[in-house]
Design a protein around this ligand. Structure first.
Ligand code: FAD
Length: 521
């Protein structure tokens, strides 16, 4: 038996330690990269077991990488040294307390966004930010550790903007509770009690410890939703319309695709999937007349109206009443008309809202190609200029892109009132890895091409995405999912770098917590 596994086996029950070769291979890769093989997957069920594991690893100086749903692509949970231990948090997925009186929920970190959302919905509440499109598998611990956006982000910001307290096992094996819960006798009802210790652990990519629980605020579920879809001939008018919608805080979700991504999504969406999703829309509508009306409208409009669309933008708004949601939709229509947008049927955002945590089949292209998104968050005023800078990276790499049939697209979104998100996306024919095969729906996987491995194509994507990352850093973009892929350590001003380095050594003096994450060792 491997010496590390032998040490942890003395302190932890055998049934939570997995050294099966297939599992080791599966857990040593993320959506984009393969790391050095870990020596064991450990699946703790309690906070005590997490603490025992950290103490065992401290004895030998064994590095620990923490994994939630495994849905990321920036090497965040990949080891940097052989013989590291991976902690899979998904066995700790309980909803610990729903406090309707004080409006908060405490969950274990391995709980998925979908599980939390579905648990809260019948109670008429949800968290203000309520998850990623990968939330069928992606966990609350993963979302808070690397920060994330999508559901609710238009008005409520990022995952990290919506947390009251976290409980973290540090690199010393201690349990640290934050927010109001950091003092004796208090409940985790409030984020602030002195300096923001909760914020310290958000976006840390697991470099400062293992999150075991989190407490999030609760808000009432909206009484009504409004939807719009628009087509634009060019990116500029779409970006300007989205920025204005964001400044006026008109949507909970506002996102757009370039023509290539638009085409990919239309290819992927089959008629069968539409029919299945339609039942979600029909269930969500209130009143039988509305159900029939919306069902018929979507069935009739189909997807043909998207055939000639260039840049496409979709919005979802929420109000306490229909009148409020309609008022927001009306204002969005005025803004888009002012930028030359052409209104389309609203079925696509309506279908998405009715099925918020669908299968993660989007982690590969429509024909079974590999997929890699990169992203930068910029102030609205810089959106168009930074998009042009990214485009120039593609242009200077045109011959390499053509050589390996690498296609590119963009997803655009807005967050709160300040931020435009630019997400360049790569697709290229290459072999799928074990994580893709494990995560896709079996019947979807069976329909896809099985491309051969093209290591030179992967290298080319890696090189071009690194150039995009450099451009984004020079443009002062911010990032979610920093992992081991974006500039953080190398981009910080000296006082901030000294502070974060000092915090890392205070919480993790032996450097066993996810070495390399955020560029810290
Ligand atoms: C199909 C698809 C759709 C996606 N949609 C979105 C989207 O809408 N918005 C978005 O922002 N991203 C999206 N992503 C990216 C990704 O899924 C999210 O960033 C998500 O938050 C990752 O969560 P996870 O639980 O899978 O984390 P993992 O990938 O398992 O881990 C992410 C990071 O967090 C750390 N970590 C995980 N759990 C803990 C813990 N308990 N304690 C300490 N550290 C921990 C890991 O070490 C790693 O550094 C998508 C990805 C896919 C494949």
């Amino acid at each position: 038996m491997n010496a590390v596994v032998s040490t942890i086996s003395q302190l932890l029950p055998a049934e939570i330690i997995d050294t099966n070769a297939e599992q080791i291979a599966l857990y040593s890769q993320d959506v984009f990269s393969v790391g050095p093989p870990i020596c064991a997957v450990v699946r703790p069920r309690t906070i005590d077991e997490v603490q025992s594991l950290v103490r065992a690893c401290l004895e030998r100086g064994t590095p620990i990488v923490t994994r939630g749903g495994g849905m990321s692509y920036t090497s965040g949970y990949l080891a940097t040294a052989p013989d590291s231990v991976l902690v899979d948090m998904t066995s700790m997925d309980a909803i610990v307390e729903v406090n309707l009186e004080d409006r908060y929920v405490t969950v274990e970190a391995g709980c998925s966004w979908q599980k939390l959302y579905e648990h809260l919905a019948p109670l008429g509440v949800r968290t203000p930010y309520w998850g990623t499109l990968s939330g069928r598998f992606a966990t609350i611990g993963g979302g808070l550790s690397q920060n994330s956006i999508f559901w609710g982000s238009g008005q409520s910001g990022t995952a990290a903007d919506n947390v009251l307290s976290v409980s973290v096992v540090t690199g010393k094996g201690e349990l640290m509770e934050t927010g109001s819960a950091s003092q004796q006798h208090a409940a985790p009802f409030m984020r602030h009690f002195g300096p923001d210790l909760t914020g310290l652990f958000l976006g840390d990519c697991g470099a400062l410890g293992i999150k075991v629980q989190a407490t999030l605020p609760l808000v009432p579920v909206a009484g009504a939703k409004g939807y719009t879809s628009f087509a634009f001939h060019e990116s500029g008018p779409m970006l300007r319309a989205m920025a204005q919608i964001s400044r006026e805080s008109l949507t909970t979700e506002c996102f757009g695709f370039d023509p290539y991504l638009q085409q990919q999504r239309m290819k992927r969406a089959s008629l069968a999937a539409d029919a299945q999703q339609l039942s979600g829309v029909v269930q969500q509508e209130s009143g039988i007349v509305n159900k029939i009306k919306q069902g018929a409208k979507i069935a009739l409009s189909g997807r043909r109206f998207m055939d000639d669309v260039e840049w496409a933008m979709f919005t979802i708004s929420e109000g306490r009443t229909e009148a409020e949601a309609n008022h927001q939709a009306a204002r969005i229509k005025t803004i888009c008309a002012g930028e030359g947008g052409k209104e389309l049927p609203d079925s696509i955002p309506r279908i998405l809202a009715a099925n918020p945590f669908g299968p993660v089949n989007n982690m590969v292209g429509a024909e079974g190609e590999r997929w890699l998104p990169v992203h930068g968050l910029v102030p609205h005023s810089r959106g168009e200029a930074v998009l042009a800078a990214l485009e120039s990276v593609y242009e200077r790499n045109r011959s390499t892109l053509d050589q390996f049939n690498i296609e590119t697209g963009y997803l655009i979104a807005v967050v709160s009132e300040q931020i435009t998100v630019l997400e360049p996306v790569f697709f290229w024919p290459d072999e799928l890895n074990a994580l893709h095969k494990h995560s896709l729906e079996a019947d979807h996987l069976a329909r896809l091409n099985q491309f051969d491995a093209v290591p030179d194509a992967w290298d080319a994507v890696y090189k071009i995405k690194s150039e995009l990352v450099d451009v984004l850093s020079r443009e002062g973009a911010s990032h979610l999912q920093l992992g081991k892929a974006y500039h953080y350590h190398s981009a910080l001003k000296t006082p901030a770098l000294q502070l974060i380095t000092g915090i890392k050594s205070a919480l993790d003096p032996d450097g066993i917590m996810n070495p390399g994450a955020l560029g810290l060792s």
